[in-house]
Design a protein around this ligand. Structure first.
Ligand code: MN
Length: 202
């Protein structure tokens, strides 16, 4: 997994790899402006403020997630989670599906892509409170779906994160209010499977 390094002692707010209205109507520009521009920006600012004197200065973000405690861990975990989340989308497309080795692994583990989507969406819908649903790979490339509370990331259990859905209310409340399952079902239209495939191959 690629390491995220601080620049001159500070982590930077990731740039979105698409226009702010590119994911509409699945995720509105309004939601993105708050989710990326306010929530993620606050996690970045909080971590940067906590770094001096912590002993974790200059370390990659992924190491901070494995070594930090308390508020530093929460902010670092949320930055890593959101960087993976916002990097995995592109404009909505019909018939959107994985290809190649990842498609084969999904078929072997879950029976079919349709069955996988159903199990994954359910993992997100049934996660109590705030957190993240993940598709991950173990060191042998076997796929697993996990539910992680709050700011947790699968790297904390030695798993490689591939795909994620944010089920914190700030991810969907402006567009979907209480309808979390509808939001999760719609996200399949904007997953960039080339990105997920790259994460699986590397
Ligand atoms: Mn979020």
């Amino acid at each position: 997994m690629k390491k995220t390094m601080p620049v001159e002692g500070k982590f930077e707010l990731m740039a979105l790899p698409y226009a702010s209205d590119a994911l509409e109507p699945v995720i509105s520009a309004n939601t993105l402006s708050f989710h990326h521009g306010k929530h993620l920006a606050a996690y970045v600012n909080n971590l940067n403020a906590a770094l001096p004197g912590s002993g974790l200065e200059g370390k990659p973000l992924e190491e901070i997630v494995l070594d930090a405690q308390g508020g530093m861990l929460n902010n670092a975990g949320q930055i890593l989670n959101h960087n993976l989340y916002f990097s995995q989308f592109r404009a909505p497309r019909a018939g959107n599906a994985p290809t190649g080795r990842l498609a084969q692994a999904i078929g072997e583990e879950f029976g079919s892509f349709e069955a996988f989507k159903e199990i994954f969406t359910k993992a997100g819908a049934t996660l109590f409170g705030s957190g993240w649903a993940w598709l991950c790979a173990d060191s042998d490339g076997n796929l697993k779906i996990t539910q992680e509370p709050n700011a947790a990331n699968p790297i904390q259990h030695g798993l490689r994160p591939l795909l994620t859905m944010d089920v914190w209310e700030h991810a969907y409340y402006l567009d979907y209010q209480n309808r979390r399952p509808d939001h999760l079902a719609a996200l399949w239209q904007i997953i960039d499977w080339d990105v997920i495939n790259d994460r699986y191959e590397k």
